[in-house]
Write a protein that binds this ligand. Structure first.
Ligand SMILES: [Zn+2]
Ligand SMILES: [Zn+2]
Length: 141
C-alpha cells in the first residue's frame, strides 16, 4: 500500500514535469515563429532575405530600369510607402538608379508616405533628363 502510494505520486510528479516541458516547448516554438516573421524595422528588413525575395518578384513583373533616366545600371527599388514590409504592393515601389535614388532622398529625406513627392520628383527629373538629352543631341550641351 505504501509502495503503491509512492509510485502513484511519483508518476504524478513525473507527468506534471512532462506537461511543463511540453508547455515550454510550445512557447519556444511560438517565439521561434515570431522571430522568423518579416522584420518591420526598415534597416533590418532592407538587408534581409524577405526584401531580396520581394525585389525579385517585383522585377520579374517589371523592367529593371530607372524611372527617371531609363538606365539598367545599378537600379534600386524605392519605397513610395514605408511599412507593411514583405507585402508591399507593386504600386508602392518604383525602380530608381543609384544616382536618382540618392538625389531623391537628399532632396526629400524619408517620410512614411512619399507617393506624391516621388511622383513629382520622377516627373520633373525625367523631364529634365529628356530636355538634357535633346539639347545634347542638337549640340547645345
Ligand atoms: Zn536614373
Ligand atoms: Zn528610396
Amino acid at each position: 500500500m505504501k509502495d503503491n502510494w509512492f509510485e502513484i505520486s511519483a508518476r504524478k510528479i513525473w507527468k506534471q514535469a512532462k506537461r511543463k516541458q511540453r508547455k515550454k516547448k510550445r512557447k519556444n516554438r511560438r517565439r521561434g515563429q515570431k522571430k522568423s516573421r518579416v522584420p518591420q524595422r526598415y534597416k533590418v528588413y532592407i538587408r534581409g532575405r524577405y526584401w531580396t525575395e520581394r525585389k525579385h518578384r517585383y522585377f520579374s513583373a517589371h523592367a529593371k530600369r530607372c524611372a527617371v533616366c531609363r538606365t539598367t545600371q545599378n537600379v534600386a527599388l524605392h519605397h513610395l510607402v514605408y511599412g507593411n514590409y514583405g507585402a508591399e504592393r507593386d504600386e508602392d515601389l518604383i525602380p530608381l538608379c543609384g544616382r536618382h535614388h540618392s538625389i531623391f532622398h537628399a532632396l526629400h529625406g524619408v517620410a512614411r508616405n512619399m507617393k506624391e513627392t516621388t511622383a513629382e520628383y520622377v516627373y520633373s527629373a525625367a523631364f529634365e533628363e529628356e530636355a538634357d538629352r535633346a539639347l545634347r543631341a542638337i549640340g547645345t550641351r
